[in-house]
Write a protein that binds this ligand. Structure first.
Ligand code: MN
Length: 190
């Protein structure tokens, strides 16, 4: 398991996600999960295992910190200072095929992300047949363990948005589309 890194500066997603939010979210939350995982795995056969192996085959006591470490790295990469706009190519065609249009996809994703009760994640995933769907997971849940391929994720834990948007999760979701990394999503879809 590699030490997590933030793939851009703490202030790179402003004004949509503030430097303060990214500082707490990466430095405290993400690195906190990672630190607890390292401490739990130290001296065991899992100390050198991949996050994916710990998530799928490791002790249940390590799952939450391993999955939260994996999920956050996937979330940082789901966003980019040069993000937003629209997908292109095969991913754009697959979104149209699955949801009717990009706007319809966004509406359904927002409804799922906004409707996730309590802490969790909203995901765009691809099944074995290449079909796209939207799913949500509670707490540390990750679709990797359900045999589908994550394409994109949005963190809907309150720590992801409360400093910037307080209780207004829909306002955070609206802002989030401005930083969505479609290049990352396309690479995951390919
Ligand atoms: Mn988070």
């Amino acid at each position: 398991m590699d030490t997590p890194s933030l793939p851009y500066a703490h202030d790179a997603l402003e004004p949509h996600i503030s430097e303060k939010t990214l500082s707490f979210h990466f430095d405290k939350h993400h690195m906190g999960y990672y630190g607890k995982l390292v401490a739990a795995a130290e001296g065991s056969e899992w100390a050198t295992a991949s996050l994916e192996d710990i998530m799928t085959s490791g002790p249940a006591s390590m799952f939450n910190n391993a999955a939260q470490t994996w999920n956050h790295t996937f979330y940082w990469n789901s966003m980019s200072p040069n993000g937003g706009g629209a997908p292109s190519g095969d991913l754009a065609a697959a979104i149209d095929a699955a949801f009717g249009s990009l706007e319809a996809f966004k509406e359904q994703f927002n409804a799922a992300a906004g409707g996730q009760f309590g802490s969790g994640w909203a995901w765009l995933v691809k099944d074995a047949d290449g079909h796209l769907s939207i799913t949500t997971t509670g707490n540390a849940g990750c679709p990797l363990t359900e045999g589908v391929t994550p394409i994109l994720t949005c963190d809907v834990w309150e720590h992801a948005y409360y400093l910037d948007y307080q209780n207004a999760r829909p306002a955070y979701l609206a802002a989030w589309w401005n930083v969505v990394n479609w290049d990352f999503a396309s690479a995951n879809f390919a």
